[in-house]
Design a protein around this ligand. Structure first.
Ligand code: ZN
Length: 245
């Protein structure tokens, strides 16, 4: 253990004082008001979250029912981020997703706008209206928000926090909206990213033509990596102490 020389008592007092001042400067009051933007979850219990965005699509049937059937049949927990425009067109689908106990629904903006181009009021409208829509139509209070295009700024963080929303990005990109990417190619890209606490982004709005096929291949790869799929909400909680029964 290092001790200061007896002839330098002032230095011994000064060091902890400077450390205290530095801590106060680094963490000014109010800096912890907004929760951090989430890109991955809690590590230590080998969990991973599969997420599916429901961005607006022009096609009236913009819902990958076969993908959702696969997730249900395999009892795979998943988190969906639904945009307001998508929910307005697919009220019955929203109800379907909400009825599955191991699914979780967050929001994805009202009009899928570029948030950084909006002022505070505009961002509030974009984030809050999706949340209100889900509450009004389905009596649910979502707490997770995925910014469209993954674009956000300090205003987004403040507005989301004031609305009780955690901003959720991702750590692993599937690339599934690109039709030319095969499921095998996407799997090869994702495999090294299947890590403890990872959040994978995919799409369930029918834009990902190979998404279902990808998930078919992904589930065994996740199991082989020793990981268990959970919702984002679960992934953000501390590891359970006891082994699940
Ligand atoms: Zn989107």
């Amino acid at each position: 253990m290092h001790r200061f020389a007896p002839n330098a008592p002032r230095a011994a007092l000064l060091v902890p004082l400077l450390a205290l001042l530095a801590a106060l400067v680094v963490a000014p009051a109010g800096a912890t008001d907004a929760p951090p933007v989430v890109k991955s979850g809690v590590t230590g219990c080998k969990r991973i979250a599969l997420t599916f965005d429901l961005c607006p699509v022009r096609a009236p049937n913009g819902f990958d029912a076969k993908l959702v059937e696969l997730l249900v049949a395999t009892r795979t927990p998943a988190t969906f981020f639904a945009s307001g425009r998508w929910m307005a067109k697919h009220d019955d689908r929203v109800a379907e997703l909400l009825a599955v106990p191991f699914f979780e629904l967050g929001t994805h903006g009202a009009a899928h706008a570029h948030l950084r181009k909006l002022d505070v009021a505009g961002q509030e409208q974009e984030i809050a209206s999706g949340v209100k829509q889900l509450a009004d139509a389905h009596g649910r209070t979502p707490v997770l928000f995925r910014p469209p295009y993954g674009e956000y700024d300090a205003t987004t963080e403040r507005v989301a926090a004031s609305l009780g929303q955690t901003v959720v990005l991702w750590s692993a990109v599937s690339g599934d909206p690109v039709p030319s990417l095969s499921a095998a190619h996407m799997l090869a890209t994702l495999k090294p990213q299947l890590r403890d606490g990872a959040i994978v982004v995919m799409h369930a709005n029918g834009k990902g033509v190979h998404t279902r096929e990808l998930v078919e291949k992904l589930l065994p790869a996740i199991a082989a990596a020793g990981l268990t799929p959970v919702t984002v909400g679960e992934l953000l909680k501390p590891c359970p102490d006891a082994t699940p029964s």
